[in-house]
Design a protein around this ligand. Structure first.
Ligand SMILES: [Zn+2]
Ligand SMILES: [Zn+2]
Length: 269
């Protein structure tokens, strides 16, 4: 049996060894954090990302000019912004040209990425393929199709034409998306939109459930017409959660899928 006299130094030695190990681990941890911060990875975790590919200016029915919309997105903490004004056959050339000019200005002076796209809106379903191809030919970064919203008389067949079209990037507010449409989108890679816009958002719950079951990818957009419609990181999460997006799916919806779309846009340039 050990006496208390021999025990005391042993406990002290154990404590010293223990503190030595903890100290080494703490040093290693600080070193790893410094390495991650240097590579920009640690900072990324803390910094919320905010993307939005569907917004309107006064080139259609929004109230802001393209550059004011961009300025307000910068102030709201956006990582990147897509502009997609309502277009038909006759208005897309002008919208693409004018938003592209302001997108170039924002990149040059504010180092802020703006994607000048279009939203094909209430066009005949059978014309979507040719109009989407024409928009891309005119330099649109991305093509959004105004889907069969529950609150507007969009021509039936619009959702189906959009998910089948290789030049369409986002099917916006598709309302009662069918399983067939969701399965096609899963194959073609057309993103299905979860919308923050009132009215259109009535369809969100069904859209999210259908897309999940089919394995189609979703993206969240504001459909901004007024400055107050622009997203914040908190509002984007609120919209997603109200649509039934699960905690474990949030990062894919709000960060990974937008980054995937940007990679696609950049690969096409
Ligand atoms: Zn509108
Ligand atoms: Zn819209």
């Amino acid at each position: 049996m050990r006496s208390s006299i021999t025990e005391a130094p042993t406990v002290t030695e154990d404590r010293q060894r223990y503190e030595g190990v903890v100290g080494e681990l703490e040093d290693r941890l600080r070193q790893m954090e410094a390495e991650l911060a240097e590579r920009g990875e640690f900072a990324d975790e803390a910094e919320p990302r905010l993307y939005d590919f569907h917004t309107h200016t006064f080139l259609s029915d929004g109230v802001l000019s393209p550059i004011e919309l961009i300025r307000r997105a910068v102030v709201n903490g956006y990582t990147a912004l897509g502009i997609a004004d309502h277009c038909g056959a006759g208005t897309m050339a002008r919208a693409i040209e004018e938003t592209t000019s302001d997108a170039e200005l924002a990149l040059q002076h504010w180092n802020f990425r703006v994607f000048p796209g279009v939203e094909l809106t209430h066009v005949p379903a059978s014309a979507i393929g040719e109009l989407a191809a024409e928009a891309k030919r005119l330099g649109a970064s991305h093509v959004v199709v105004h889907g069969e919203s529950p609150v507007e008389p969009v021509e039936p067949g619009t959702n189906l034409a959009a998910v089948r079209c290789p030049d369409v990037d986002i099917l916006a507010h598709p309302g009662r998306l069918t399983m067939e449409e969701a399965q096609i989108a899963a194959q073609t890679g057309v993103f299905i939109e979860v919308t923050a816009k009132d009215g259109h958002s009535l369809g969100n719950g069904g859209v999210v459930a259908m897309a999940r079951e089919a394995g189609a990818e979703c993206i969240l957009d504001s459909d901004t017409h007024l400055p107050s419609h622009l997203l914040t990181p908190e509002f984007a999460r609120t919209v997603a959660q109200a649509a039934g997006v699960l905690e474990g799916e949030l990062d894919t919806l709000l960060r990974a899928n937008p980054e995937k779309l940007i990679a696609r846009i950049e690969a096409r340039r």
